[in-house]
Every structure is written in structure tokens, then in C-alpha cells.
Design a protein around this ligand. Structure first.
Ligand SMILES: Nc1ncnc2c1ncn2[C@@H]1O[C@H](COP(=O)(O)OP(=O)(O)OP(=O)(O)O)[C@@H](O)[C@H]1O
Length: 224
């Protein structure tokens, strides 16, 4: 079943059309990798999917009640940031109106912290965490409400290779359990390793298809 289907989507900032007539679908359990050069509109697409920019034309269809988790491209967390890793992850946990966490919420939080290997450092201020630890905390926060679709915008860009694979292995475990993933990246190796489908955006248009087709496309493309 489709978690997300985009039809003939056109987004512009003023007179500047970023992309035009874009159509693709993400089904349950898909790992869609979105690749393309700087400035082709990958982040703009995510913003349109999240309702942060209004499309000029076309539609974004997401079944009612679908939860979306989102890990953005940049976050400025400075060293003074006061929340612990645990409290930061917990910001996304409150499902009830109560000002404190219920037993069930606390249980889900502890479980997520464990799965994302944050237990030994959960009490540490987020601002003092390493880049990789921060990424795991952002991921844990996004996954806590059990989204059906997770959008990762360049979430591995600042990590070394081993950390990139660690983080995405974690994401892949959730995908095996049914999560759909949309991963924006410049890294075609990562895209081929984890993706099941691809969306390649260019200045002149786009293509989409299975991950095997991405491997073919890669041979013909200079940008990777
Ligand atoms: N708020 C805005 N107002 C006007 N133009 C914008 C705005 N945000 C982005 N743009 C422009 O839209 C185009 C697409 O930007 P976007 O950030 O979506 O590209 P991208 O593919 O994510 O790039 P990158 O890979 O460098 O992150 C760029 O030309 C950018 O300058």
C-alpha cells in the first residue's frame, strides 16, 4: 500500500521553478533513495511533503493518520544545549495530555534508547555528544512515535563511513519491521547499499525506478 504518492508536483519560489511535474510513490516497506546534484530541489521536495511549502501545482497524497518521522539536514545544537540525550528524545514522546510521561511512554522511551545504543550516554547533555551520537539521538527522537514513514535528509553527511553504515543499519532494521524510508543523499554507494527504489532529480527532470536501475543509471552519470 502507498504511504506517500506524489502526482505532477511543481514547486516554485517566486519566479524560480525548482522542479516540475514530479510523480513517484513510496509503498509500505520501501527504502526510497533520493539522489541529485546540489540545488536540484531535494530539500524543497521534503518541505513540500511536510506541508512547509505550498506547491504551485500537483498533489501530495498521504493516508489520513499516517505518522511521518523527520530527521532534517541541519540542526544547530551548541555545547550549551541543556537537555540530556534522554530528555531530548523524550520531547517527541508525549501522546497524552499529561505534563509527565506515563508508564507506557517511559517504557517506549527506554526501549528506543536501548535500540539506538544510547543507554550508556543517555544522561549526557546532547550538546556534548559526538556527531554520530547526535545523529542517533535525532533518529531515536524521530522514531519514538512509531512513524510509518521516516524521512532522512542527508542525515549521514557529516559522519565518517563506519558511522554512516551504523546509522543506516539501524534504520534498515526498522525498515525490515515495516517502516518505509525516504533517504536523501549525495552518496550513491549508500543509496545502492540500502535502497530498494530510487528517485534521481536533475535540473531538467527526474527518473525513478528499482535500485538495479539506479546502478545502470550510475554508469551513465557523471555526478557520482
Ligand atoms: N526559501 C527559498 N527561497 C528561494 N529559493 C530557495 C529557497 N530555498 C531553496 N531555494 C532554492 O531552490 C533551489 C533548490 O534548493 P534545495 O535546497 O531544495 O536543493 P537541494 O537539492 O536540497 O540541494 P543540496 O543538495 O545542496 O542540499 C536552490 O536553487 C535554492 O537556492
Amino acid at each position: 500500500m502507498a504511504v506517500l504518492s506524489v502526482e505532477d508536483l511543481t514547486v516554485a519560489y517566486g519566479d524560480h521553478t525548482v522542479f516540475k511535474d514530479l510523480s513517484f510513490t513510496v509503498n509500505d516497506g520501501d527504502f526510497l533513495v533520493v539522489v541529485g546534484e546540489n540545488g536540484v530541489g531535494k530539500t524543497t521536495l521534503v518541505r513540500a511533503l511536510l506541508g512547509l511549502v505550498k506547491p504551485k501545482a500537483g498533489t501530495v497524497n498521504i493516508p489520513t493518520g499516517t505518522r511521518i518521522g523527520y530527521v532534517p539536514q541541519f540542526r544547530n545544537i551548541d555545547e550549551e544545549y541543556p537537555l540530556s540525550i534522554r530528555d531530548f528524545v523524550a520531547l517527541n514522546s508525549r501522546q497524552s495530555w499529561l505534563p509527565w510521561l506515563t508508564g507506557k511512554e517511559r517504557h517506549a522511551l527506554d526501549r528506543m534508547i536501548r535500540i539506538t545504543d544510547l543507554t550508556p550516554i543517555a544522561g549526557r547533555p546532547l550538546g556534548l555528544a559526538s556527531g554520530g551520537e547526535k545523529q542517533r539521538a535525532y533518529l531515536a527522537q524521530a522514531l519514538l512515535p512509531a512513524p510509518r514513514l521516516l524521512i532522512l535528509d542527508e542525515s549521514t553527511a557529516s559522519l565518517d563511513n563506519e558511522m554512516k553504515y551504523n546509522l543506516l543499519d539501524l534504520v534498515a532494521r526498522f525498515q525490515e519491521a515495516g517502516l518505509s524510508v525516504m533517504f536523501i543523499t549525495h552518496d550513491w554507494d549508500l543509496a545502492e547499499h540500502y535502497g530498494t527504489r530510487y528517485l534521481h532529480m536533475t535540473k531538467d527532470g527526474y527518473s525513478t525506478g528499482s535500485i538495479d536501475e539506479l546502478a545502470e543509471l550510475r554508469k551513465e552519470t557523471v555526478e557520482c
